[in-house]
Design a protein around this ligand. Structure first.
Ligand SMILES: Cc1cc2nc3c(=O)[nH]c(=O)nc-3n(C[C@H](O)[C@H](O)[C@H](O)COP(=O)(O)OP(=O)(O)OC[C@H]3O[C@@H](n4cnc5c(N)ncnc54)[C@H](O)[C@@H]3O)c2cc1C
Length: 285
């Protein structure tokens, strides 16, 4: 079945087109790395594709310590930005983890959020950065914390006629994203762990990808790290709790038991690379 491509240059016009369409009639196209394979395979059969390429959302801007990224900026431009690499290293690492270089020249942050896959490499780091998703609709705009934006696997709080305009990261944080996969590139992570350290207490955020039904923060484990630099014993306890609490499942990529073992190692590695843990002097418990 054929489809027509529409590419408005005004956000309100794009939202109005979406709002007027029947369910399934129109598919939103950003980089197309998820949606075009779906169209080709017949998993979706839209009569129109709504391209976002002409909308003014291919942006990246700092306001003091806060960063706002337009939803249609290709991932490669985020990863290559010197400010992002220096001030929010975990975000650059997570973006770098997505597919191949060619894919990252097309794929966008808005598309990754819109897809809301439990295997996303970007959701865990956005959770640790307390990111906010800025949405635009026909009549109103609103902002939603990323942990409320994704409600379940492939399901978001987007309302009919709404689009993701941008994502705001309120504070640049020392951060780290570590992941494990069978093949380093062009594969999906078996587990991804993000960690970030806020400037004020509570300092630590730890989030997981590769869990079901969606990426989550591990607040129980975070609470075991009360200070900027954890004690070795605190980090060990947090990693062990993370491994126990994580809602893993067995799938074609890895078993639940393997993922559980992995997550303890990755939590330890992510937190220690931000703040090396304090080793008590010999003889002190
Ligand atoms: C070979 C391959 C490897 C991959 N590897 C990884 C990986 O390692 N890690 C990972 O996380 N992902 C991976 N992906 C998934 C994919 O590339 C990402 O999810 C990508 O960020 C999607 O962005 P896009 O712009 O291409 O989205 P699109 O395909 O254009 O859109 C995806 C979905 O989001 C919706 N959408 C897009 N933009 C908006 C918007 N502004 N507002 C509202 N809804 C919107 C669309 O309607 C669609 O449902 C891979 C995909 C492929 C094909």
């Amino acid at each position: 079945m054929g489809f027509t491509l529409v590419a408005p240059d005004q956000p309100k016009e794009a939202c109005a087109l979406l709002a007027r369409s029947a369910p399934g009639e129109i598919s939103v196209l950003a980089g197309g790395t998820d949606v075009l394979p779906d169209v080709e395979a017949g998993r979706v059969r839209p009569s129109r594709l709504l391209s976002l390429r002409r909308l003014p959302w291919r942006t990246l801007g700092w306001n003091g310590g806060s960063l706002t990224i337009g939803s249609t900026l290709p991932l490669r431009e985020i990863e290559a930005d010197p400010g992002v690499r220096e001030r929010i290293p975990g975000l650059a690492q997570a973006v770098h983890a997505v597919g191949s270089l060619a894919l990252r020249h097309r794929a966008t942050l808005g598309g990754n959020l819109g897809r809301a896959a439990p295997t996303s490499d970007l959701l865990p780091i956005l959770l640790t950065l307390d990111a906010v998703v800025n949405l635009v609709g026909v009549d109103a705009s609103r902002s939603v914390p990323v942990d409320q934006f994704v409600v379940a696997s492939r399901s978001t709080t987007l309302r009919p006629g709404e689009l993701i305009a941008s994502i705001t990261i309120p504070e640049a944080r020392p951060s780290q994203y570590v992941w494990q996969r069978v093949r380093p590139s062009n594969d999906i992570s078996q587990v991804g762990v993000a960690a970030a350290r806020a400037s004020r207490p509570p300092y630590w955020r730890i989030a997981l990808g590769g869990v079901v039904p969606r990426s989550i923060r591990l607040e129980g484990a975070e609470r075991l790290l009360p200070a900027v630099r954890p004690l070795v014993s605190e980090l060990e306890a947090a990693a062990a709790l993370a491994a126990r609490l994580a809602p893993f499942a067995t799938d074609k990529r890895a078993s639940e038991a393997y993922r559980r073992q992995l997550v303890g190692i990755l939590v330890r590695r992510a937190v220690a690379s931000i703040s090396p843990p304090i080793v008590p002097p010999v003889g002190v418990a």
